[in-house]
Write a protein that binds this ligand. Structure first.
Ligand SMILES: Nc1ncnc2c1ncn2[C@@H]1O[C@H](COP(=O)(O)OP(=O)(O)OP(=O)(O)O)[C@@H](O)[C@H]1O
Ligand SMILES: [Mg+2]
Length: 265
């Protein structure tokens, strides 16, 4: 199991009030799954994503990522896990301005201590992978919103993580561009990368085979589409027939062994 979380709780002290952002969430996500997280504002989606992404620690509960127990780890150990295992995509792209697409994508490799020639090669490959091979010297201001999000996705992929976490990746994009970005994420998922995304849009969630719904810090729904395999890339999101999750989804859709090797899965 790539993600295995048990009874995650997160509380924040606000003056003499306690905010319960998560109230005992247990969750397994297998390698190769594509999962959409929905729920009203304030229901705990970003709190969960921050914990899954090792950006924050739960107040209680346990979390194993690829078999490694994450809770209680020191900050530098968490940073190392993030570098090796997780790519992040955010609503606002978070690119460096006045810096080319290529340099933006190279940044995680700079932190990882990789030398310049290899950095260039890997960043170029990641930009080609997201369809931006012709735009590598453009700065964010010289790119459309959708293209900027592609740069951000290339940056998330450049360390070849098995897991991509995207918190409202289409929240700042129009619907056509959103579809393009979701097609890209679905393609990456078909190549073996596990994708977990937060969205407020049912049309966006329909790209994922599995949907989780949060309410008041609890997971109140966990459903899998009856038949999604292979449809999302060609024809857009499947019109979903949602069925309850039965057993371990890995048996039905593991990652593609032919392509997953290239991504170190
Ligand atoms: N750093 C913090 N300090 C105090 N309270 C917080 C903090 N972060 C989040 N919260 C609270 O925790 C709850 C869950 O917040 P969270 O950001 O996870 O919601 P969300 O589901 O992502 O909402 P949205 O859809 O608006 O992004 C909210 O009540 C929020 O106010
Ligand atoms: Mg949020």
């Amino acid at each position: 199991m790539l993600i295995s979380a048990r009874e995650l709780s997160k509380t924040y002290a606000m003056g003499d009030q306690t905010v319960h952002a998560l109230r005992g969430v247990s969750l397994d996500i297998a390698q190769g799954e594509m999962v959409a997280i929905m729920g009203t504002s304030g229901s705990g989606k970003s709190t969960l994503m921050n914990i899954l992404g090792c950006l924050d620690q739960p107040s209680s509960g346990s979390y194993r990522l690829a078999g490694e127990a994450v809770q209680g780890m020191a900050p530098d150990a968490l940073a190392s896990i993030r570098n090796r295992r997780i790519g992040f995509v955010f609503q606002q792209f978070n690119l460096l301005a006045r810096t080319s697409a290529l340099e933006n994508v190279e940044l995680p490799l700079v932190y990882a201590g990789i030398k310049a020639p290899q950095r260039h090669a890997r960043a170029l490959e990641a930009l080609h992978r997201v369809g931006l091979g012709e735009r590598v010297h453009h700065t964010p201001a010289e790119l459309s919103g959708g293209q900027q999000q592609r740069v951000a996705i290339a940056r998330a992929l450049v360390n070849q993580p098995p897991l991509l976490l995207a918190d409202e990746p289409t929240g700042a994009l129009d619907s056509q561009t959103s579809d393009d970005i979701m097609r890209l994420l679905a393609d990456l998922n078909h190549q073996g990368i596990t994708v977990v995304l937060v969205t407020h849009e049912p049309d966006i969630a329909a790209w994922a085979r599995r949907k989780l719904v949060f309410k008041d810090g609890r997971m109140v729904e966990d459903t899998v589409q009856a038949q999604a395999e292979g449809r999302s890339t060609a024809a857009g999101p499947p019109q979903s027939v949602m069925a309850p999750v039965a057993g371990d989804p890995l048996g039905r859709w593991g990652s593609d062994p032919q392509t997953s090797g290239a991504w170190g899965l």
